[in-house]
Design a protein around this ligand. Structure first.
Ligand SMILES: C[S@@+](CC[C@H](N)C(=O)[O-])C[C@H]1O[C@@H](n2cnc3c(N)ncnc32)[C@H](O)[C@@H]1O
Length: 180
């Protein structure tokens, strides 16, 4: 083996180890979460933004923001909006940082988010988290706030609107809209 071939082999091994480390962190956190990292299908994003009825100014949170695609689309629609996301998985959160540099992005648990002063909430989560969030939304969200939930509804409250996504998938078919 020549010296060049040896250097290439070492670089490839190092790259493979980095990729394995990133994948392991992602896998371990995904296994511990009750909700995996699955993004809203790209063709549904516009309909989600419509359902949010974003104000020109105000605060939008994406709970479990993944790669930040909803926050990016929201900012495109309403550039003066404050957009924020929380996710406990650093891998998609890093994608969100690249995707939406001006967003407030928090690495942590969704349930540590405070909802006072929040105008819009988007959530693509699961039954356990929706159940934990329901009383918090009721007691903390200001009057006039709107929650749009993809696929998983709040367990107690009847949604104000149910929207079937035109380009939805089996795992992301409906939006549940709640006005406070
Ligand atoms: C189904 S994905 C939704 C991604 C993005 N909101 C979208 O619609 O494209 C759910 C996200 O929530 C995150 N997540 C799950 N449980 C969480 C928790 N307890 N705290 C913070 N993030 C969590 C996952 O890491 C994942 O990125």
């Amino acid at each position: 083996m020549s010296e060049t071939q040896a250097i290439v082999a070492v670089v490839l091994v190092i790259l493979w180890m980095i990729a394995f480390l990133i994948w392991s962190v992602h896998f371990i956190i995904s296994m511990r979460n009750s909700v995996p990292y699955v993004t809203a299908p790209p063709k549904t994003v516009d309909q989600i933004i419509d359902a949010l009825q974003l104000p020109d100014k105000g605060v939008l949170w994406d709970l479990g923001c993944g790669d930040g695609r909803i926050l990016k689309a929201a900012l495109k629609a309403k550039p003066a909006l404050e957009v924020a996301g929380v996710d406990n998985n650093p891998i998609p959160l890093q994608l969100a940082r690249w995707n939406v540099p001006s967003a407030k992005l928090v690495q942590g648990d969704i349930l540590d988010t405070k909802f006072a002063g929040v105008d819009r909430v988007y959530a693509y989560l699961g039954p356990k988290l929706m159940s934990a969030l329901e009383p918090r939304f009721l007691s903390e969200l200001p009057r006039g706030a709107r929650v749009v939930a993809l696929q998983f509804r709040l367990p107690q409250r009847t949604p104000d609107q149910v929207i079937t996504l035109k380009h939805g998938k089996k795992y992301a078919a409906k939006l549940y809209v709640y006005d406070y």
